[in-house]
Design a protein. Sequence first.
Length: 393
Amino acid sequence: MLQDPVLRRFHWLRMTRRLSANAAPPRIRPGDELVAGAELYLAALIAGQDKQAALGLRQLLGAADQAIAPSGITREGSSLRQKQLAWLLLSCWLAARRGNRPEQWRLVTLVRSLFAALQAITLPGGLPVIGAAPPGGVSANPLAELPSSDQAAAAELIRQTRLDDLELLRQEGWLRLDCGPWAGLWHGTPGGWPMESGLAHQDLGAATLHWKALPLLIDAGTPQGGRGRDRDYRSARLHGGITLNGCDPYPFDRPDFSARFRHDLAGPAPQLRSSSDGVQISFDGYGRKGGHRQIERHWHFDGDQLTISDLVLGTGRPLIERRLLTPWDVTPVAEGLRLERDGHRLILQGDLSARMARVRVWDAAGQESMATRILFAGAANLPWRGRLTLQPE
């Protein structure tokens, strides 16, 4: 591994220029290929074209190996992609079932897997928005106009589906935790590097948290049709989490980057794990900026109280920014900041003064609303420790 930060930076620039000059065409998202195969399959069945249906089925099943991890979760880092694939494959299974086609048994296995993971990442207050929305968006209920027999079969299948092995889900970058009044979802791309053509956001170190089934800390989401500013909405600056000097935790991946190059540039993969009282994450992506800079973040749950403890290792004096994004009303009070909604009141306290800004966010249905971004920022000598607390007033 290149130890000298100057040599590492030179190596990075040289490799980036070389790769830019010989850039590979943008990769096709495996989820898009799966969606295209499923749509071809459904259209061919409606038209009675068996040969086209076979082509669509072959494309669908081939893409599923790349698009869906063993736990049933999408590999693209998007909760909305998970919902899209689950409902679309359910429609394919129902169509095969109506025609008593032999592939219905292969399709039902995929459907169970997708819905099991979808239910695992759905919090009490609804499906959190993690990552970008897939092309075409996600319909609210694609089965609403189907015959009642199909709706009954779908409801029974979903009722019987459950993912018991949450550890497998964690290994694939998704961690779900329920603790008293708290329910949370954490996502970290297993390698730390979001795919350039994928749907993951740069939200490593952030959490989606619900308090008594009310969304409290959220993801900003992505506007529909906002492809021109896609990188802006994926940036860590627009999400909850912790950053150094305004940089994203990791660069975006490229098809040309090898595993060795990624490791040499930004260190080992992030570690996302549960602890005796909450969730921990550690990552080394900022080491690419010079020196060993590891971030360790721990969410401690103690009854009604949440404490977020941060440790930044290394040397130097970076600008440390911690952000929280909430749809609740936020008011400065003597104790800190009061977060209020539907009769619930929580007090947020930090070790630095907070700045607030009203920002636009988008929910799972693509609807725009306003939220408050809370920023705790300041330059500090490393190593450094910080703490944020949330508890009922």
